[in-house]
Design a protein around this ligand. Sequence first.
Ligand code: PLP
Length: 385
Amino acid sequence: MDANATTPVLPEVLEAMRPFWTEAFGNASSIHQPGQQARAAVERARESVAGLLGCRAAEVVFTSGGTESDNLALFGILAPGDHLIVSSMEHSAGLHAAQELARRGIDVTFLPSTTQGVIELSALEAALRPNTRLVSVMLANNETGVIQPIRELADRAHAVGALFHTDAVQAAGKLALDVKALGCDMLSISGHKMYAPQGVGALYVRRNVRLRSIFFGGNHERGRRPGTENVAGIVGLGKAAELAREWLAKNEQHSLAALRDRLEQGILAQVEEAGVNGAGATRVCNTSNMFFDHVEAEALVIALDLKGLAVSGGSACQSGATEPSHVLTAMGLSPARARASLRFSLSRMTTGDEVDCALALVPDAVARLRRLNPRHRKQPIALSR
Ligand code: PLP
């Protein structure tokens, strides 16, 4: 139950990729036949990703993943004298890129969140300036799953002539995406959050947006991203995009949301002093971030791991760090409650039996850890256990 950290490569995706490592291993820039086969496969994948996002194939730039897509969107647009607005809950890929831009002289504003994890339109309106060049707000948060009002935020940005980027890494394949309906100028996705491999992703760049490359090399990806294409990875992303469209067309996201809700309700029915972070906000179908007061999430992650349940205490990239989650603290959680918060993220393969298993394990693990916490210990520790 840690699918927001990464997802497995689906068998159909692996099968689609396999030939491009073996018999059809051409470089997509070569003019001979193997090269042309690789080029054709890359362009088919581009069409497929464009189909998932509702854009033109030429507007899709393949990258090495979500981190590069976010960096390309920010560093590829901003120049000294520009003003950038980002939400304070971005993934470190966007947040740390913005912090680095600030060190390089870009004016950066970090938008505050409501207690539900939502960026309000009034917060953006108050931050916009005549020199605001770019606004970047993620679509679905990786820790809480909370979905932002992207269309409305993008409209506000456009009203002052700014561009709008959204990190849709945790939204792609979980809800229907359409760049035109969202109103964004750039949008990031990552393969390994949508059943394609790690190390491949894409950035949608609307036609007529002048994006500078952040690497220097060949003329790949129409000069927007030099470097020999990861043909097999790109083919995998294309196949995963096709499968995501099929999955969404069958409305499977509603069944997954029902499974997630059953997990949440089942835990809340059994565990006191617990709750859902971001409850009440619109969230993606697979994510639940829950707090269990008087418990250290890190200890709970380990206790559940020993029982075979993989979950996360915050985003995977922050595990091991002692700081409480910046997302949860931005939502106003106390450091103690943020450290007592756990993320469950289900995958398309999660079954009802697995949810039942989690419902048996989590309340027991929380109770055991609370008994060991001197500040919470209400009953004596049962030494026989
Ligand atoms: N953006 C979000 C919201 C993410 O959740 C992640 C990964 O966790 C990334 C960006 C980074 O993507 P990648 O791991 O492909 O670099």
